[in-house]
Design a protein around this ligand. Structure first.
Ligand SMILES: Cc1ncc(C[n+]2csc(CCOP(=O)(O)OP(=O)(O)O)c2C)c(N)n1
Length: 690
């Protein structure tokens, strides 16, 4: 049966022969896969490549065969593990060409976002390890410097590649100068470090989505000014996670559409260059036309040598152009046009749906699992629609994350009040500030990790001016398989110190709705942080209700004795706290608000208990528990406090439950920590008395 279900089924049976020919690489670049292989495909050429050094030994004619096997292997491995999908398929040919032409890892490839690096990982000695990707102790889903010398720059957030590559290129120039000036004094030291290649090349690979961020343009601007030798490859697939939006996206589409014009231009140049007056006239006319449609004017004006647009799946063309560009000095930009999900039929048709893939489970006879509670992102999305129906001043803003943030329904129901601003978190926040100045009520839906990008805007543009902006902060806390680049570990810490902002931490999906509405009604900066994934399964009210700001709730009253303990829970760990409380018979408070804290509740609980536990899915350093400690200190309490949360380290990727366990934030870990603290207090008692 499994055999039957496995790999690479041709669309129609009669195409089998053609597919076989294709596999034998007589038409290697024409293969289209329509199913994910469940069994390891036959990829002999790929299997012979354990390092790009071997790849560079291949004949150019073999490269399309390799690309085809690489694509098939990637389908297989992502089917086994789940993970990012469409973006990697779109850069298979580019990845092969880059490692073929450049002397990696001496020459530096700097990938943007990094979700497209599965083919790069496969070609750089991690083929078999791909089956561990995004799993605890396995490969990371993004480039990671500790993982491989080929991963030159750790990444996960977008639009960093040009800055990082420029830094590397400038460093190469510095080192080259140093080694040149060192050479006459010491003839034996011709190079700056043993074996180091100081004329190394640097290439940044950035998508059209990532190019929309200000940071990418800051780097382009600087790169052109320095005239540094580097190549930027713009991988233009017209997609971010959703369809790419904005003037830049339109500009790129026009460039591609004007390819015909470009070809005509090249043809006429050759003819006209032989007639000087006609050439001068044509040149001026061309300058004029360039402003309208010519490829790359923008980049050329910035000071880049622009080449393209070219078909990014045409391997011979890629190899040819990269070879030429490698030997041209100065800042260059190669514009390639690719198809997200290339080579896998369903992904080509639905690139949004196939941005990432879930692990393919083999068919089983097990009864279907019970439906899960709604995801927090959808609870937010529903609240957004309901609140918008009541208040026409409501505006919703997303920096390119409309699907992930649960805003699709809203965008369809209220298109005129929905703004996808592209990957531009800083702009999203200040845009909201501007709207708030004019009396609108903007909501910025943003992942915790990406809000880090807009910290100054949050303080300087929103909070300082006391503007009425609500932040719906998704993916707060650990995020699982995406790992530390995407974990929302710090928002409570960096928000808590901002004057005037209010901060809510719902502990279930219904509280999420209620606190969102309460924050929205507050006239000022307000943040509600909620986690990735599904709710805990409580009923969700349909009404739009608010609760008191800065007031928590006693969820469970514990035993009053010499060992009495209270847990102040902030957000997602309430269920685990309640389980522990049942076992130890202790008190639990759902604090709801990190700012303002429920000071009355804190004081009364401190008076009644011998040990206070603070619990949060945020860095302990500076988090909600620190707020409790500060307040107790101010009030002169010396009740011992145990702060539970994320330690002073980055938490790697893995299943959410594994990570919670490793951070001792599951019920077992919380229980152990409390028991240990109680034992420590007991042990210290006699010593104190002695
Ligand atoms: C700063 C930041 N904001 C948002 C994201 C979420 N994100 C991941 S991939 C992606 C789309 C990137 O589009 P593009 O650069 O064109 O690459 P493609 O997926 O099309 O290959 C987005 C918005 C991110 N990684 N970093």
């Amino acid at each position: 049966m499994l055999q039957d279900a496995c790999i690479w089924r041709p669309e129609k049976p009669r195409e089998l022969a053609a597919e076989r020919i294709c596999r034998q690489a007589q038409r290697p670049d024409n293969c289209m896969f329509n199913e994910i292989p469940l069994l390891r495909p036959d990829t002999p050429l790929l299997d012979s490549i354990d390092s790009p050094i071997q790849l560079r030994d291949l004949d150019e004619e073999q490269l399309p065969i390799l690309a085809n096997q690489l694509r098939e292997y990637m389908l297989y491995s992502v089917g086994k593990t789940g993970g990012h999908f469409g973006a990697g398929l779109g850069v298979v040919e580019l990845t092969v060409a880059l490692h073929y032409i450049y002397q990696t890892p001496d020459d530096r490839l700097v990938w943007d976002v990094g979700h497209q690096t599965y083919p790069h990982k496969i070609l750089t000695g991690r083929r078999d390890a791909m089956l561990s990707i995004r799993q605890l102790d396995g490969l990371a889903g993004f480039p990671k410097r500790e993982e491989s010398p080929f991963d030159t720059f750790g990444v996960g957030h977008s639009s960093t590649s040009i800055s990082a590559a420029l830094g590397m290129a400038l460093a190469a120039e510095q080192q080259s100068r140093t080694s040149e000036s060192a050479a006459p004094q010491d003839e034996t030291k011709g190079e700056s470090k043993e074996g180091e290649n100081t004329t190394r090349k640097t290439v940044a690979i950035i998508g059209d989505g990532a190019m929309t961020a200000g940071m990418a343009f800051e780097a382009l601007n600087h790169a052109a000014h320095t005239e540094t030798d580097m190549l930027v490859i713009l991988n233009d697939n017209n997609m971010s996670i959703s369809r790419n939006v904005g003037g830049l996206a339109t500009y790129f589409s026009r460039i591609w559409a004007s390819k015909l014009y470009n070809q005509m231009r090249e043809g006429s140049k050759k003819v006209l260059s032989k007639i000087p007056q006609a050439w001068e006239f044509a040149r001026r006319t061309e300058e004029h036309m360039k402003g309208m449609v010519s490829p790359g004017t923008l980049f050329e004006e910035l000071g880049f040598n622009y080449v393209g647009p070219i078909d990014g799946h045409d391997l011979p063309r890629l190899v040819h152009d990269l070879r030429n560009l490698r030997d041209i000095k100065g800042p260059k930009l190669l514009h390639i046009v690719t198809q997200k999900g290339k080579g896998f039929g369903p992904a080509e048709l639905d690139p949004v749906g196939y941005h990432a893939l879930n692990k393919i489970e083999a068919p089983s006879n097990k009864p279907a699992a019970a439906p899960k509670p709604p995801k927090y992102q959808d609870v937010f999305g529903q609240w957004l629609c309901d609140a918008a129906a009541q208040d026409e001043k409501l505006i919703a803003i997303t920096p390119a994350m409309s699907e992930g943030s649960g805003m699709l329904n809203f965008s369809e129901q209220y298109p005129e009040r929905f703004y996808d601003v592209a990957i531009a978190e800083q702009h999203a926040v200040t845009l909201a500030a501007g709207m708030a100045c004019e009396g609108q009520k903007p909501i910025v839906a943003i992942y915790s990790t990406f809000l880090q990008r807009a910290y100054d805007q949050l303080i300087h543009d929103v909070a300082l001016q006391n503007l009425d902006v609500t932040f719906a902060i998704d993916r707060a806390g650990l995020v699982g398989e995406d790992g530390p680049t995407h974990a929302g570990s710090f928002d409570l810490t960096f928000l808590r110190c901002i004057p005037k902002i209010i901060i809510a931490t719902p502990s279930d999906e219904n509280e999420c709705r209620t606190l969102l509405h309460t924050a929205y009604q507050y006239n000022g900066a307000a943040a509600v942080r909620y986690p990735r994934g599904n709710g805990v399964g409580v009923a969700i009210e349909t009404s739009l209700r608010t609760v008191a700001i800065g007031k928590g709730q006693v969820k469970r009253q514990g035993l009053k004795n010499d060992n009495s303990v209270v847990i102040f829970n902030f957000g997602t760990r309430l269920k685990a706290a309640m389980e522990v409380a049942e076992q130890l018979d202790i008190t639990v408070c759902d604090m709801r608000w990190v700012k303002p804290l429920d000071q009355q509740l804190i004081i009364s609980m401190a008076e009644q208990h011998q040990l206070i536990i603070t619990l949060e899915e945020n860095a302990i350093a500076g988090g909600a528990g620190s707020g409790v400690m500060e307040y107790l200190q101010q009030q002169g309490f010396s009740t011992p406090v145990l702060q539970l949360g994320l330690g002073d380290h980055y938490v790697n990727h893995g299943k959410p439950e594994q990570l919670l366990e490793s951070e001792q934030l599951d019920s077992k870990g919380i229980l152990n920590s409390i028991k240990m603290k109680l034992a420590q207090l007991q042990a210290n008692k006699p010593r104190n008395l002695a």
